[in-house]
Design a protein around this ligand. Structure first.
Ligand code: M6R
Length: 308
């Protein structure tokens, strides 16, 4: 379906949308395939570009998100090919799509998407690698991730808890990343916001200086998502905010003197987003606890958003 498509769209909401953005980078880098990523609620604006040759891939944990179901109905009306990547078996989304890729993450009880996000990333990474005839290479990367998940958690659990205690009164958090680490910055910010109720924003590293740098002041925490491929440039962006007094929390495979605080995450190339998000998810969890918030049931949120 991917090979035959003329125009591929990845659509989703919230965290699922961030997985779409992440996957678009992997498809570009590994398979040389261009993918459009669209927030599901905005998808109808693209209706005039849809034909029976378009492929629409809908990402969802629940398979019940109203905005996404609406978008997939638009795609069906235009006779597009449709695929879901979904966790809940038998959900409405699975009944609408031509093909369903089941995530098999198990029930996700907490309102926040966590394991469903990493699962979406893993599936899309393997899809992208298989598109370039390198499925085994993709699987090896996923195995490497698996070997490192517990290590990243064990090595950082206590320090993330104390960091959360230290930073819990902050008004804002900023997260920066380039390339594949950019969607991770968006997702990290969403996790912090929804569970701790602290304002957080994720940016493409170079974008901060186009306005938001005005908000950087002494002690403002900036989480820097750095990888081997992007290190040189993201550290130059980090330096810009450090010079304005930011408190830098670096996530990378190697430490840097710029960082006030360092979280070591092994570099696993295109699978970096899967590993990188884990310390941020844990940090958000500890922020919630430190602030007396319920990390499973944040206020004003439901597990599936079934209204438009
Ligand atoms: O079930 P879905 O993946 O379709 O849900 C989409 C969003 O509502 C969901 O990812 C939401 O953003 C989560 N609260 C994020 O943690």
């Amino acid at each position: 379906m991917f090979r035959q498509a003329k125009g591929i769209f990845f659509i989703g909401c919230g965290t699922s949308y961030h997985a779409c953005v992440s996957a678009a980078y992997v498809f570009a880098h590994t398979a040389g395939i261009h993918v459009n990523t669209v927030i599901a609620s905005e998808f109808s604006n693209y209706e005039k570009f849809l034909t029976d040759k378009s492929l629409v891939v809908a990402l969802s944990q629940s398979g019940e998100t109203a905005d996404l179901l609406d978008a997939i109905r638009t795609a069906k009306r235009k006779e597009c090919q449709t695929i879901s990547i979904v966790n809940v078996v038998g959900s409405t989304l699975t009944r609408h799509c031509d093909l369903n890729i089941l995530m098999n993450s198990g029930p996700e009880i907490c309102v926040l998407s966590t394991k469903s996000y990493t699962s979406q990333l893993a599936i899309l990474l393997m899809l992208a690698y298989s598109m370039s005839g390198r499925l085994n290479e993709g699987k090896e990367l996923i195995k490497k991730v698996c070997e490192n998940v517990s290590r990243v958690i064990d090595n950082n659990l206590e320090t993330l808890e104390s960091l959360a205690g230290e930073l819990k009164e902050n008004r804002d958090f900023f997260l920066i990343g380039r390339d594949l680490a950019y969607p991770s910055a968006l997702e990290g910010a969403l996790k912090i916001k929804e569970v701790s109720y602290i304002h957080a924003e994720g940016f493409a590293g170079a974008e901060l200086k186009h306005g938001t740098i005005a908000l950087i002041d002494r002690g403002v925490p900036v989480i820097v998502l750095s990888t081997e491929r992007t290190r040189y440039l993201i550290l130059s962006n980090a330096m810009e905010v450090k010079a304005r007094g930011a408190y830098l929390i670096g996530i990378d495979s190697v430490d840097n003197e710029l960082f006030d605080y360092f979280i070591k995450v092994p570099d696993v190339n295109h699978a970096n987003p899967i590993l990188m998000i884990i310390p941020i998810q844990i940090f958000a969890y500890y922020l919630a606890l430190a602030r007396g918030c319920d990390p499973d049931k944040p206020r004003n949120l439901a597990k599936s958003v079934t209204v438009k």
